[in-house]
Design a protein around this ligand. Structure first.
Ligand SMILES: NC(=O)c1ccc[n+]([C@@H]2O[C@H](COP(=O)([O-])OP(=O)(O)OC[C@H]3O[C@@H](n4cnc5c(N)ncnc54)[C@H](O)[C@@H]3O)[C@@H](O)[C@H]2O)c1
Length: 343
């Protein structure tokens, strides 16, 4: 059924503040925004002139508000499952931050919940799918300009050192780790670009940088996709450098290189004789990695037009499953075959 008027509730105002801004940008009404921390509300007040009377500290008020038909869940990963469940029971459409959840048990429960509520649309916020440079990669691949893919790699390098001082310190919870929490961006990006799910994963891990966590703070994974495509993901959550999602796409007709820094996207395409140019074509595609406006717009358009969501709960679940396979392989030293049956 088409949703005539979007009335939004936002739970969690860390990243959630960007979603709140995106909903307002779309022209949706944001009825309530929830965060126990007043400082998080004050940022929304400053950035969006968001009224204080719409700020609440108990997320159940959003669940129980009959006017709200869309909920954005942007709380710590550990809370997604319970919040998704309650919101679905209350008939809300949901845009949930990545990762879908942190454990196999949780992703299975969420998939079942979403399946039990077909009247509610659910979208997982894998935001790299809305990053302009990565959208360009997807477009070039779909147009056949890269030929047949044979190798893709992406890395998620992000220094989390400062994040362990935040209230709640939820990122240091042993149930969370850098691969599922952050590396899911790189894994999801490769799954999306290849348009297939890896069948085999092999990984290593090390722990030299983050004394406040018990899990590996760096992992290297290689993986095999259907169609003879090889993949590599590197995750470092203690790295001594600026944030990057450096990514390369290799195909039989061309190569694309994304540094996610200030440099333009580099594209090599073969000529009519099959030769690659000595220098790449450079395109200034934005590498804004948090394109919450485009992400919300896609979800809102699905609601308003009653069209299917592309970044479904299964996409979120498969990405987490690959991440969990990386962790399992690094811990066991064995090749892991991800299990995509969530029922
Ligand atoms: N898309 C991205 O690129 C991206 C980037 C960062 C984080 N994330 C994801 O977004 C989510 C939030 O991460 P973050 O960086 O904003 O973390 P954060 O710690 O900065 O913010 C989370 C907020 O949730 C609030 N919160 C905690 N418990 C709550 C509750 N019961 N009810 C309401 N609010 C509650 C906290 O007070 C905090 O302000 C996580 O799932 C994270 O993995 C996604």
């Amino acid at each position: 059924m088409k949703v005539e008027k979007l009335v939004v509730g936002v739970i969690g105002l860390g990243m959630g503040h960007a979603h709140l801004g995106a909903a307002l940008d779309y022209g949706a009404e944001v009825a309530l925004a929830c965060d126990p921390l007043e400082s998080k509300y004050e940022r929304c007040e400053k950035l969006y002139n968001f009224p204080r009377e719409k700020w609440i500290t108990d997320w159940k008020e959003i669940v129980n508000n009959n006017d709200i038909n869309v909920v954005i869940i942007a709380t710590p990963d550990q809370l997604h499952r319970e919040m998704i469940h309650e919101c679905l029971e209350a008939g809300k459409h949901i845009l949930c931050e990545k990762p879908l959840a942190l454990t196999r048990e949780d992703i299975e429960a969420i998939v079942k919940d979403v399946e039990a509520h077909p009247e509610c649309k659910f979208m997982i916020g894998q935001i790299c799918r809305f990053t302009p440079s990565f959208m360009l990669a997807k477009q070039y691949i779909e147009e056949g300009r890269m030929g047949e893919l044979y190798y893709v790699e992406s890395e998620y390098a992000h220094d989390y050192m400062h994040m362990f001082d935040k209230p709640g310190n939820w990122r240091a919870d042993p149930v969370r780790n850098g691969v599922v929490g952050g590396g899911c961006h790189a894994v999801d990006l490769l799954r999306w670009l290849v348009d297939a799910d890896p069948t085999e994963v092999y990984a290593y891990g090390t722990h030299k940088l983050l004394p406040k966590v018990t899990y590996d703070d760096a992992n290297l994974a290689i993986m095999k996709f259907p169609g003879d495509v090889m993949g590599k993901v590197f995750v470092s959550t203690g790295c001594k450098r600026n944030y990057t999602m450096r990514t390369c796409v290799y195909g039989t007709k061309g190569t694309m290189i994304f540094t996610n820094g200030k440099e333009p996207v580099q594209i090599f395409e073969i000529d009519e004789n099959g030769n690659a140019p000595a220098e790449p074509v450079e395109i200034d595609a934005t590498v804004n990695n948090h394109n919450a406006v485009a992400e919300f717009k896609e979800f809102a358009d699905c609601l308003v037009n009653d069209t299917p969501v592309v970044t479904t709960v299964y996409e979120g679940a498969k990405t987490v499953e690959v991440c969990l396979s990386i962790v399992e392989s690094a811990n066991t030293g064995k090749i892991v075959n991800p299990n995509y049956d969530f029922t």
